[in-house]
Every structure is written in structure tokens, then in C-alpha cells.
Write a protein that binds this ligand. Sequence first.
Ligand code: FAD
Ligand code: SIN
Length: 520
Amino acid sequence: MITADYLVIGSGIAGLTFSVKIAEKYPERKVVVVTKANEDESNTKYAQGGVAVVSDKENDSFKKHIKDTLIAGDGLCNEEVVEMVVKEGPKRLQELLHWGANFDLDDKGVFDLGKEGGHSEYRVVHHKDITGYEIERALLARAHQLPNISILPHHFAIDLVTNHHVKNIQSEQLQCYGAYVLDQKSGEIFTIRANSTLLASGGVGCVYGHTTNPKIATGDGIAMAYRAKAKIRDMEFVQFHPTALYEEKGESSFLISEAVRGFGAYLRNKDGVRFMLDYDVRAELASRDIVSQSIDSELKESGDSHVYLDCTHLDMDEFKKHFPNIYKKCLDHHINVERDWIPVVPASHYLCGGIEVNKKGQTSIDNLFACGECTRTGLHGANRLASNSLLEALVYAHNIYKYLCKHGYEMSDVEIPDWNDEGTTLTKDNVVIRHNTQQLQALMRDYVGIVRSNERLHRAVKHLDLIYDEVEELYRTSKITTSLCELRNMINVAHLIIGQSLERTENKGGYYNLDNVKKM
Ligand code: FAD
Ligand code: SIN
């Protein structure tokens, strides 16, 4: 057993920002960060567009950023939260700069601001088209300078330790005491006991096979919190990014940033028609839900597999300066952006819902906090405004830090039993896991995609139940492996997405159900 003052699950922007802040403030307290892959592997690392923050006082204002966020969220944002996050943005960005993150400046030495769908002004602070890589680099570098932070890579959090595990607890209110963690290299499972636990475990993109997210995005934190009986909300609002690079063979996953459309690129169908003009006056710069649903509708009508992003009319020297990574990636795929249109298709990208937290980042379980993409804060409502996610993580990491500075801490002395794997054996049959993962991803793609219907959702429930039974049986009898846990977690997440989709009777933002249209 390891004992820590703070256990942080995840080393993306949310987990690292919190860890750095609390470790700087209390050098005598111990922060343990567990992370299931290399320490930098995260959705954060792949963020392209940037961080939405009001910095151009002449043209932009908090009021405009708030309004854009509320419009994108389609009436379901918490206005108080939106105002708090937008107004905190500039201060939190300053901290990132202080820790050494670099963002692009223009000739006058002020931020070179980008624009993305749903933004009425240029306000996206970025580092070329690899903003997340730069943020992750800076945060890790700062974390490594702080001796009271221990980062444990290749350590997988399996489950939270709560009242259910601990003996002689009188309280009805759920409490978290830490987590059971698998050392993925040795196979050993041990307990990390902590006064406060932070879930910063990121998104769920891999529940759909076709995603912009890296392989770590399997919704583990949300599934753990759900099993521990924390409140989970708004899971039906899965955001599909309109422009993932289309690849004929295999699943495309590389993102062509929305900032490319902000830079002036057009979406065209195979006949060359700029179809977005027919769907929204903002055309290519409508919010993401609208662009993805429009592409989906074009593709259903034409039977085509993809549409195109046309950059050929843009200033190529500037394009290469702003988007060197995208330019190179396209060349690797034999697409010369100067003369070829980029084939693109929507892909699952972001989850607007998740573990419900209040403004202090508290979940419904005592001593359990959550931050970043695994949470539902009320900022995004039914659809996240582009580049508001990194911002949200920075602001909430700060809020949790502030709360924990104010509230004294006391290590509880309850007895936590060791992980019990009696009666389990090592499964050598990875075929069952692989097969069920593919089945799960196929059913989510086919039945729970951009456009849903009650019939498809009910079919999805039936198929998911079969997968659930098979995997639970395997889980009960097998020694824990990462892929088995991830599959189990993705099943929990899929169950939440489908269940909460069926509960939504009105289409909003990123949620579109044909049966709700009929009712209108
Ligand atoms: P992550 O960065 O995903 O970190 C999660 C961490 O938890 C990882 O370290 C992971 O390994 C770890 N973890 C997960 N499960 C476990 C477990 N069981 N045990 C131990 N560790 C675990 N947002 C913007 O605002 N602007 C953008 O420009 C932007 N571009 C994007 C581009 C791409 C391609 C993608 C995929 C996303 C983009 N987003 C963007 C969204 C944004 O990057 C993410 O929402 C944000 O980075 C999430 O940060 P996080 O810290 O919550 O999670
Ligand atoms: C992008 O660069 O298009 C992604 C931005 C985001 O997800 O906020």
C-alpha cells in the first residue's frame, strides 16, 4: 500500500495542472499521479486548435465569449459556470505561461489568435497546430521539478476505494479513500490510500472505433465513478468532430483542426459544391454539431464515404506556418494541400457530459474530485464550443486546488482490504476481449452515432447486454489485465450513453434523434 495526501488519476492537462499547483503550495505534502501509459500520453497531447481565452480587449470581450459558449451549448449550459470559466481564463493562461508554455505571437508581440467554429471573434491562443503537445511538455517539465510529485507511468487505476470496500463505516454518505491500482509491468495490484482523490482520466472516444482520440480514451474514470455510485450526467452529448482525415483502409483518426476552417478552408462535396452554405449562414464556421450533422446528411444522401476540405485558395506560406503538422501529415498521405482537397469525415471527438461536479470540482462522493474531460461541469451544455475544453480543465484544476487549500485535511484511519483476486486465473484468450471490443465499437458507430433513433438505441441495448454478460463472466474469473478493464469500462460508458440518450426527448446541440424530430 502507498499512502499519499493527493492521488491524481491521469497526467493530461487536468491532472498535471492540479498536481503542480498543490505541490508548489505544500512542498511537505505528497502527490501521487498514476497514469496508464507513458506519462505524456493523453488527449491533451493531441490538441491542435488551442485554448479559447479573451485577450484581444479591442475586438473581443467576456460578454462575447460567454454568448458564443451559450449559443453552442444550445440552451443547456449553466450560465453561472460559463461566466466563471470565461472570466477566469486569462489568469489561468498566465499560469501556463509562467510554467513555460509558449504560444504563438504576431509581429506586434501579442497573441496570434485563431478562430474556430462557433466563435464570433479571433480568440484561440495556440502553439502552431500542436498546442496540446506544448502544454503537456511544459506541465510535465514543471512537475518533474517538484520533488513531492511522483508520477507513476504504466499504472492503471482499476477501481475507487469507497465505503463499499471498507469495514465498520457508519456513515451513509459515500466517501473515497483512494484507488486500487495495477502496475502494468509487474502485474501487481496495490492500494493507494489518499486523503483526496482526483479523477482526471479524460474522455471516451475509443467507445466508438472511429475517433480522433488516442487509445487511452476508454472512459475509465467515468466508469469507476459510476460503479462507485457517483452521479453521471449528459452522456448523450458525444461531440463528433466534422473533419477527421478520411483513410480508405482502416480507421481514420488524425484530426484536421477546425482552425483550418477558421483560416478560410471550404467544405465541398465530391461535385465541388460548398454545401455548408445550404445549412447555416455561418457556413463552415457554424458550431461543430451543425457541421457534423450537415456532413452526415450529405453523406447519407449521396452514399459517399467522405467529403472534402479545400485549402487550395489559401495563402500557402501562411498555411504552412500555422499548420506545419497538418501539412506534413497530409503529405505523408500523398495529399498536397496546395492542390489537393483533403478527404474528411466526422469522428467521435469529445464527451460533453461525464461525472457531475460542482464549481469546486466536487463529485457526489466525499473526498472525490474530478476535473477535465471526464466531468460534466455545465460549461458545455449540449455541445462544446471549440477550444473551451483545455480552458475548462485549467479553471477547474485551480478551483479544486483553492478548495483544498481552504479545507483542512485529515488522513482517515479506516482499514482498507487488499485487492482480492482469489479464484481467478490468467486468461490467455485475448480473442474474447478483442472480439467484444470490436463488437462494442461497431454497435456504437452504427446505432449510437451522429443521428440516432429509438429503434437503433433499443437494438444497441440488446447487443450491449450480450457483450456485458460475456465480459462480466470473464472479469469474475480472470486475473486483471488492462485490456479487460478497459473493455469493461467502455461497456459501462456505452450503457450510460445509450441509457441517457433514450431519456432525452428533445433534440439539443450534439444530440439528434429522428424520433424526436417526428414529435416536433
Ligand atoms: P487527458 O488529456 O485525456 O488525460 C487523461 C489521462 O488519464 C491520461 O494521462 C490517461 O493515460 C490517464 N488515464 C485514463 N484512464 C486511466 C486509468 N484507468 N488509470 C490511470 N490513468 C488513466 N480541446 C481544446 O480545448 N482545444 C483544442 O485545440 C483541442 N484539440 C483536440 C484535438 C484532438 C485530436 C483531441 C483528441 C482533443 C482535442 N481537444 C481540444 C480536447 C482536449 O484535448 C481534451 O478534452 C483535454 O485535453 C482533456 O484533458 P484531460 O486532462 O481531462 O484528459
Ligand atoms: C480542433 O483543433 O479542431 C479541435 C479543437 C477542439 O476540440 O476544441
